[in-house]
Design a protein around this ligand. Structure first.
Ligand code: FPP
Length: 270
């Protein structure tokens, strides 16, 4: 896929940013090339627990609370930059193994975000979708999530894709089950299965693959995230912990991405 944005080449970005910017933010923003903004950015939001510990909090939930603010800022920034899709790894299938109190707090934070931010998502023309084994979240969260999805479904700006009870292996397993069922009932010929057939059975097959994957907190891992979709995605790892990840850090990631030469395995330009 190619990178694109909703801005025309040469159009300055600054007027599209609603918020008053600091000098650093403005300087960074002015360096961003509008027609080379990554269209789809995926983020592994890591480091909430470490952030809480470093702040002296005993409860790591304080890190998740602070991380919710970063989610809000990242959505605003992605939207202002004219990105098409922002996929956030909010809760993995592995996260179900965390202590019950932490899971409960994370579900409450998600519910709070979904209840309180619908207005803001609509103001910013953001459409919400979710990827993962959504029914695992339980009927209450599913109801609130579906309401937020419905309430924002007509928006045409940024698509915010929340990965919830998500893991790549679960996504692949679910796709394999669908493919096997279709082969069994005769609607899919096993000998003729193509890569496109597999892509079409991902949770949100309509989304283009991510152009840029950001991981916060410095860990060099993919953690079971979108492994099919990131085959040619540029990876950016920052030591910044997710609760500290601000607009400026998002700009830095976009600028770093713009320095990359994407070849998709094809010949080099020498
Ligand atoms: C990883 O940090 C982060 C998570 C498991 C959850 C991410 C959740 C949020 C950012 C807040 C709620 C989300 C929304 C969409 C409102 P970690 O706990 O693994 O950190 P550590 O590696 O430092 O322990």
């Amino acid at each position: 896929m190619t990178s694109s944005s909703q801005h025309s080449p040469g159009e300055p970005l600054v007027p599209n940013v609603k918020q008053a910017l600091t000098r650093t933010e403005r300087e960074l923003l002015l360096q961003i090339i509008p027609d080379r903004i990554p269209a789809h950015v995926a983020i592994i939001m890591d480091g909430n627990g470490r952030w809480a510990r470093r702040q002296g909090f005993i409860d790591r939930i304080r890190g998740h609370e602070a991380g919710s603010q970063s989610v809000r800022e990242a959505v605003g920034t992605a939207s202002e930059l004219g990105m098409k899709t922002l996929t956030l790894y909010a809760f993995s299938t592995e996260n179900w193994q965390r202590p019950a109190a932490e899971i409960k707090a994370l579900m409450l934070l998600l519910e709070k975000f979904l209840r309180e931010k619908i207005g803001e998502l609509n103001e910013n023309n953001v459409r919400l979708i979710a990827s993962g084994r959504i029914s695992d979240l339980g009927p209450k969260v599913v109801r609130v999530l579906n309401h937020a999805i419905d309430a924002t479904s007509a928006n045409t700006g940024l698509t915010l894709n929340l990965a919830l009870s998500y893991s790549w292996r679960a996504e692949l397993t679910d796709a394999a089950r669908r493919i096997a069922a279709e082969a069994r009932n005769g609607t899919l010929d096993p000998d003729a299965i193509t890569e496109a057939d597999i892509s079409a059975r991902m949770y949100h097959a309509e989304l283009d693959d991510p152009d840029l994957l950001i991981r916060t907190s410095g860990e060099m891992r993919i953690s079971n995230f979108l492994l099919w979709q990131i085959a040619y995605t540029e990876i950016y790892v920052t030591p910044v912990l997710w609760p500290d990840f601000r607009r400026r850090h998002f700009y830095e990631a976009a600028l770093d991405y713009q320095k990359r030469e994407r070849r998709f395995g094809k010949e080099t330009r020498r």
